[in-house]
Design a protein around this ligand. Structure first.
Ligand SMILES: [Zn+2]
Length: 690
């Protein structure tokens, strides 16, 4: 039996292969089709007579599909891609068939009417039903046949384009590297990077390389690219690499230029078919921000608070560089990261490299867990070897309530594997909390995927501070998924939460990386074993807001470009998507973009992922998460009793209620009032009162 066929609670990851995936999908599809057909004929107007059986009919197929997509994202290969590409059209067709069933739609509406009269649904069920009806409407259930056929063709095409977009970026990232041959060419690179870069040469079997004598292979993988741009004194190589990075997936076989225009055009058409003016209107109709004007106003407020400071940061950096040997009149894009790191080192007197010696991965993990245990009254226990995993580096943990009641479990796939793993970091839900009709309870299961630096040889697994931050972020998502108390699978954990509210818990967790007790608790020097000294912590906090306006404006630039592309493009003055990007860069970016910049071609969030007309969600959530953290500050971060009480309230509201209630109402329950933008500006040092 294929390990993809009716996947057990603990999937047999070690037995899954592209070869045994395909036949399972044929069977699962047939079974799901048959179950759906039967349910259309025989259903009753109740939760257990319609909604639950519908979930159960689709679940084994969607479950297998989710796991297949997971395997592709962490173990990418030609054969996994082929299976995914073959199965995808059938999944899309199946979900459209369910979503567009008039029988089900009429059933949902009738159920809603019955509930209005008799009020037998729970509040959570009512919310799920409302969203299901909206979902059916947005899946084209009300369209006449010829429009529905077009709608389906568009959905199919969009799914293909989005997968293609991601694969292009991965291919382009893999295809490029430069090899440095002499120590002069590798000048400035920290030892850890030299080791990774020499290892890459050895792995490719091109030569016998050593960290000390090279050669060193530098790639566009973020874990290599970023430290290289920060530290390399080889300006020519920095320029080469920057240009390659900024033009990824914009030419040759992995060119995304047309994919972008096709995505935009198809999404415009999709929105029109459903009666929306723009795709942004369609996208926002299911988000908490609700309207384009609300997003525009957020963007304007953030831009206004940061623009002046951003320009000052740019001119300060140029002055600094010129005082330290830079002889030209303007800093090029490939100079900025390098000089910013030099300025940061001098201003705050520590290096990213030096700081990373305090963050040993196993100890960071232990610290993160005991922090979560203190704040949320839970217990986390390693349980490696109890379950199969997809790669030897993957860890497994169990989560219990303070009294020992099991709550959840999760996998952690920590290290970068540029050859086979998508870049970035993410959390997936494999299982969600579910009280089944027979009364049994399924516990949530999460997976955290990171791309942190790989220890080479006998080197200790140290983490860059940014990687610690990312781990906290993904763990925040996982906590929200695992500590849910909702028992309807469509609204438990991270399910059913409006897209633009999904980053609140994750970004909230990042704030704790700047809390003294928390950070010291997870630090231990790789060589001396000592914890992070107070003086270094103070510098880290001071450095946090270093170039904060520049960082803010970068996110504003992305969010504004996304909104323009999906709400206002095309226009006569905007012949192509790249012009929209350039217009926004001129408006918001304190330093000009390279004329050849083709950043949109690797902007996977809005073309290869779910952030189309939703990129603003990051800032929107940041406003809320900063304001949530401010509740702890107001309670007094040094006051253990107050912090625990506030943490408990956070668990009982934001982490527990998930998609079972409007996120804005949940937020008000935690905070006692609507969110305010002030805390974010204060934390970033951008408000008058900072
Ligand atoms: Zn996130």
């Amino acid at each position: 039996m294929s390990p993809f066929y009716h996947i057990p609670y603990y999937p047999a990851f070690d037995k899954m292969t592209p070869e045994n995936a395909a036949p399972a999908f044929t069977q699962l599809l047939a079974e799901a089709q048959a179950a759906i057909d039967a349910l259309e004929k025989h259903n009753t107007l109740s939760w257990s007579g319609l909604i639950r059986p519908l979930y159960d009919a689709c679940h084994p197929l969607y479950d297998a599909w989710g796991i297949l997509c997971h395997m592709l994202s962490v173990m990418n290969s030609e054969s996994w891609r082929r299976v995914q590409e073959n199965v995808q059209p059938e999944i899309v067709a199946f979900s459209l068939r369910v979503g567009q069933s008039r029988t089900f739609y009429q059933g949902f509406c009738a159920l809603r009417e019955r509930d209005k009269a008799e009020s037998f649904l729970t509040a959570v069920q009512r919310r799920i039903l409302t969203k299901t009806i909206q979902g059916a409407e947005q899946a084209g259930v009300g369209l006449p046949p010829e429009k529905q056929a077009r709608f389906n063709a568009i959905q199919m095409e969009l799914a293909k384009l989005s997968t293609g977009f991601r694969n292009h970026v991965l291919d382009a990232t893999k295809a490029y590297s430069i090899t440095l041959k002499t120590p002069e060419e590798a000048d400035g690179l920290p030892p850890a990077l030299l080791a990774v870069a020499a290892q890459a040469v050895n792995d490719a079997g091109e030569a016998t390389a050593t960290a000390a004598n090279g050669p060193w292979r530098i790639t566009l993988d973020t874990a290599v690219y970023l430290p290289f741009m920060m530290h390399s004194r080889n300006r020519t190589a920095r320029e080469q690499l920057y240009r390659a990075y900024a033009t990824r997936a914009s030419s040759g076989l992995s060119d995304n230029t047309q994919v972008i225009e096709q995505c935009l055009a198809l999404r415009r058409e999709l929105a029109e078919l459903l009666g929306f003016q723009t795709f942004a209107d369609l996208s926002l109709s299911t988000k908490t921000a609700k309207a384009v004007a609300v997003v525009d106003s957020l963007i304007t407020q953030l831009a206004n608070a940061s623009y002046g400071a951003g320009q000052r940061e740019a001119s300060d950096l140029l002055t600094f560089a010129r005082q330290h040997g830079f002889t030209e009149d303007t800093l090029q894009p490939w100079d900025i990261t390098f000089w910013a790191e030099r300025q940061r080192e001098l201003l705050f007197d520590y290096s990213d490299e030096e700081l990373s010696r305090y963050f040993l991965f196993p100890h960071v993990l232990e610290g993160l867990f005991s922090f979560a245990e203190r704040l949320f009254d839970i217990k986390i226990t390693p349980a490696d070897k109890e379950v199969p995993v997809w790669h030897p580096d993957v860890r497994f943990f169990r989560v219990a309530d303070k009294d020992g009641t099991p709550l959840a479990c999760f996998y952690l796939d920590p290290y970068s594997r540029p050859e086979t793993k998508n870049s970035g970091a993410w959390m997936n839900d494999f299982r969600t909390r579910d009280r089944r009709p027979d009364g049994s309870l399924q516990l949530p299961m999460a997976v955290l995927v990171c791309n942190q630096s790989v220890p080479v040889g006998n080197a200790l697994p140290v983490m860059r501070f940014q990687e610690v931050n990312t781990l906290f972020h993904e763990f925040g998502h996982a906590l929200q998924h695992m500590l849910t108390t909702v028992e309807e699978p469509d609204a438990s954990g991270v399910n059913g939460i409006e897209w633009d509210a999904i980053e609140i818990a994750s970004q909230f967790m990042e704030n704790w990386c700047y809390d003294r007790a928390t950070l010291k608790g997870l630090s231990r020097h790789a060589e001396t074993g000592s914890e992070l000294p107070d003086a270094l912590f103070d510098k880290l906090v001071a450095a946090k807001n270093y170039r904060a306006a520049t960082a803010m404006l970068r996110q504003v630039f992305f969010a504004a470009t996304d909104m323009d592309l999906y709400a206002r493009y095309p226009r006569p003055e905007w012949p192509d998507a790249d012009t929209v990007k350039r217009t926004n860069a001129n408006k918001y970016s304190p330093t000009p973009l390279l004329p050849e910049d083709r950043f949109l071609c690797s902007f996977g969030h809005i073309f290869g992922g779910g952030y189309a007309a939703g990129y603003y969600s990051y800032k929107w959530s940041e406003v809320l998460s900063a304001d949530a953290f401010a509740a702890f500050e107001e309670a007094g971060l040094g006051d253990d009793v107050a912090v625990r009480a506030t943490g408990r309230r956070f668990r009982n509201t934001l982490l527990a209620l998930g998609g079972g209630e409007d996120p804005m109402d949940v937020y008000r329950r935690f905070r006692g009032r609507a969110p305010s933008i002030d805390a974010l500006l204060r934390h970033s040092g951008l408000s008058a009162t900072a």
